[in-house]
Design a protein around this ligand. Structure first.
Ligand code: IVH
Length: 675
């Protein structure tokens, strides 16, 4: 039985490790150990729901979707900043404010990055995060508390305990302002994932962060990798706070907030300008986008006394870097065939310099984007390069049209293999689904031989490329026709390597039908679905002739996947491939895997998701094991998932499970649970 002080200590501990990971970027325990603490907390909370505190780490997840956002009146106006374009503009600002108050001449200045994100306002009562809002019109914002809670860099309780500075006092009511953003690397990874899934990609990190925070469903916000840096105290009651910007940053940091680590204080304004300008060239080194630096008078009392011009305080100025947007001519639209066969259009541009880099290509995201923005070949287009983000076309300059621009029609054939392209319900992307498409061949073969599929050892990407280049392999079936002397003639192939490879290929003929189906790379058919298909159709022939209606009899198989399967088998190139596979003897029957029959009812009513590579079980084995104990295995994590079985190199399912608070176990735990 847990006692309450243990529960409270556990909360503090979790807050501290959360801080080490998400604010300091230097965790001191493993993810698994962290999950263990969190799972223990959840267990105690399930037993003692009356103990659950407002700052419990479990409250970062699980909030219900809202129908709308309530309005929040800010305790003080959330102000904006006047801009300075270049050093002279900044000097002119200093001169203006010096005339208003001669203390400015002796003032110190703090230089901070101007983060291109979304301004948010965080309210803490007695140190507990109670409300969070968007900036709105500066007077009234929207209540996005539940969404902000999911950002792990935002402390739910201050000061964050376990830090030396936890003795620091906190006003009874404290309102902080900061900038929420999506790190550039995370943004690019998110877009890559969306692109592969055939979904719409986002234009830039700022819009993505803003869109993610204005989601009515906090679960969606939780799945987005957002973070924050804070820089201002908007309001404080019942306690003292620093009156200098420099000390304020230190104070916020000591409380456990994430604060920029590139801020600097200067006595000399010229030095502040030089530091500001030095970041113009280095801006790509930051993990967020920035459009400039903010120069602030350090003495906050003096800054406040200088007053405002409209909504801009006189005590600070935004020193803007030149925008990295230019116009150029769109000479053509090209189409690239990606990893999963997805076709992605790109702009072929009249080469142009943007922020010191010559840009000749830019992304056009997807075909819908071209249509929505009415981008035509020959248009003058506005192109942006920001940070490390791949340059993208913002849109056409319609006024510059001369009538010769051509509307664009997406291709109906794959640019690499000439086969018809396909579109799947609910996705924006068009795909080439020809398994023998040269643009995808390397990746198809890589997938075919991978551990979860045919598991052919010794066929790394280099060798696959070598086999394709030499003309020996034009599809996966050709692997089975490789001859010893053909391989020995290739560079780097010696007796042992050749024999090992040929044996591994030959052995793959003993793999299950489920694995073969998964290896074919049919859109939407993963290992779990392949297992279900093999169970329902013990003959590949029968599966290849099945109708969408028949396929939909299988639990969890919806119309989109059914259509994708039917389409795949209907293609003559794929039929040819199947014939070849049969001819070479790669034609397993739907059999049972290592674990057979019903062993127990231990997992009755439980749903499992498996991710990553397990130590001894293959995916098929894990599935058969779970099912033989009465459990169900599904492909995606949801609130209904009872356990995530975690292996090495897990995918996004791991993050999703963490954010939903799904219990995470290893193969060993799975076996124990079954006993
Ligand atoms: S200070 C009175 N500091 O830039 C305080 N703003 O263009 C005014 N911003 O609305 C804001 N980083 O959303 C400040 N280090 C920083 C900032 C920052 C980004 C944003 C903020 C503001 C906008 C002004």
């Amino acid at each position: 039985m847990a006692n309450k002080s243990h529960y409270e200590e556990l909360i503090e501990k979790i807050h501290f490790h959360n801080y080490r990971y998400h604010v300091m970027d230097s965790p001191i325990i493993s993810d698994a150990e962290f999950d263990k603490l969190l799972n223990e907390l959840k267990r105690i909370e399930a037993e003692h729901p009356d103990w659950i505190t407002a700052d419990s780490p479990t409250r970062r997840a699980g909030a219900k979707p809202a129908d709308r956002f309530d309005k929040v009146r800010h305790p003080a106006p959330i102000l904006s900043l006047a801009n300075a374009f270049g050093a002279d503009d900044a000097r002119a600002w200093l001169e203006r404010v010096s005339k208003i108050d001669d203390r400015v001449e002796k003032a110190k200045f703090v230089v901070e990055p101007k983060i291109d994100g979304l301004s948010v306002v965080l309210h803490y009562r007695d140190g507990v995060f109670v409300q969070g809002a968007t900036r709105g019109d500066g007077e009234v914002g929207e209540d996005i508390t539940q969404n902000l809670r999911t950002i792990r860099a935002i402390p739910l309780k201050i000061p964050v305990s376990g830090k030396q500075s936890s003795v620091i006092s906190v006003p009874k009511y404290l309102v902080i302002r900061g900038e929420a953003f999506m790190p550039v690397k995370e943004f690019e990874a998110l877009n890559r994932k969306l692109e592969e899934a055939g979904e719409k990609t986002y234009q830039n990190p700022r819009n993505t962060a803003a869109g993610s925070l204005r989601q009515l469903d906090p679960e969606l916000t939780a799945s987005r990798p957002l973070t924050i840096l804070v820089y201002q105290i908007v309001h404080a009651e019942g306690g003292k706070v620093p009156t200098s910007q420099w000390e304020l940053l230190e104070y916020l940091k000591a409380l456990g907030f994430p604060v920029t680590d590139i801020a600097k204080r200067f006595d000399d304004f010229e030095k502040a300008i030089a530091y500001t300008e030095s970041w113009e060239k280095k801006r790509d080194e930051l993990d967020y986008e920035t459009d400039g630096m903010v120069i602030k008078i350090d003495d906050l009392t003096l800054a406040a006394e200088l007053g405002f011009v409209g909504k801009d305080p006189r005590g600070a100025i935004a020193f803007k870097f030149p925008a990295r947007e230019v116009t150029t001519t769109l000479n053509d639209i090209g189409v690239a065939v990606g990893r999963t066969g997805v076709l992605t259009p790109y702009a072929v541009l009249e080469p142009v310099e943007i922020g010191g880099v010559i840009v000749e290509r830019a992304t056009l995201h997807n075909f819908d984007y071209i249509a929505e923005k009415d981008i035509r070949v020959g248009d003058r287009v506005l192109v942006k390069r920001a940070g490390e983000v791949i340059p993208y076309v913002i849109g056409p300059v319609v006024d510059a049209r001369r009538g010769k621009e051509k509307k664009y029609k997406p291709p109906t054939k794959c640019p690499a293999c000439g086969q018809d392209v396909e579109h799947f319900e609910g996705e924006v992307a068009w795909y080439c689904v020809n398994a023998a498409c040269p643009a995808q061949l390397v990746r198809n073969i890589e997938h075919y031989v991978s551990r979860g599929a045919m598991d052919i050892e010794g066929l790394g990407i280099k060798i696959v490329e070598q086999l394709i280049e030499s003309g020996l392999v034009k599809d996966v079936a050709d692997l089975y026709s490789l001859k010893r002397d053909q391989l020995l003639a290739l560079e780097g192939f010696k007796d042992k390597k050749t024999d090992n490879l040929l044996t591994a290929i030959e052995n793959s003929k003993g793999q299950s039908l489920a694995r073969l189906i998964a290896a074919l790379g049919i859109h939407g058919v993963g290992e779990v679905m392949a297992g279900d298909l093999a169970a329902a159709f013990p003959e590949l022939e029968a599966l290849s002739k099945s109708s969408a209606e028949e396929l939909m009899q299988i639990e969890g198989l919806g119309p989109n996947i059914a259509e994708s399967i039917v389409d795949w088998f209907a293609r003559s190139s794929n039929q040819k491939l199947l014939k070849k596979l049969k001819a070479v003897g790669m034609w397993p029957k739907g059999g049972k895997s290592k674990v057979e029959g019903r062993m127990s009812n231990a997992f009755d009513g439980l749903t499992f998701v498996v991710t990553g590579t397990l130590p001894t079980f293959s995916r098929d084995d894990a599935k058969a094991f779970i099912e033989s104990h009465g459990g169900k295995v599904t492909d995606s994590v949801s609130k209904k998932t009872s356990y995530l079985v975690l292996g090495e190199n897990p995918g996004s399912k791991f993050d999703k499970a963490k954010s939903l608070g799904v219990k995470i176990i290893g193969e060993g735990d799975l076996k124990k649970l079954a006993k």
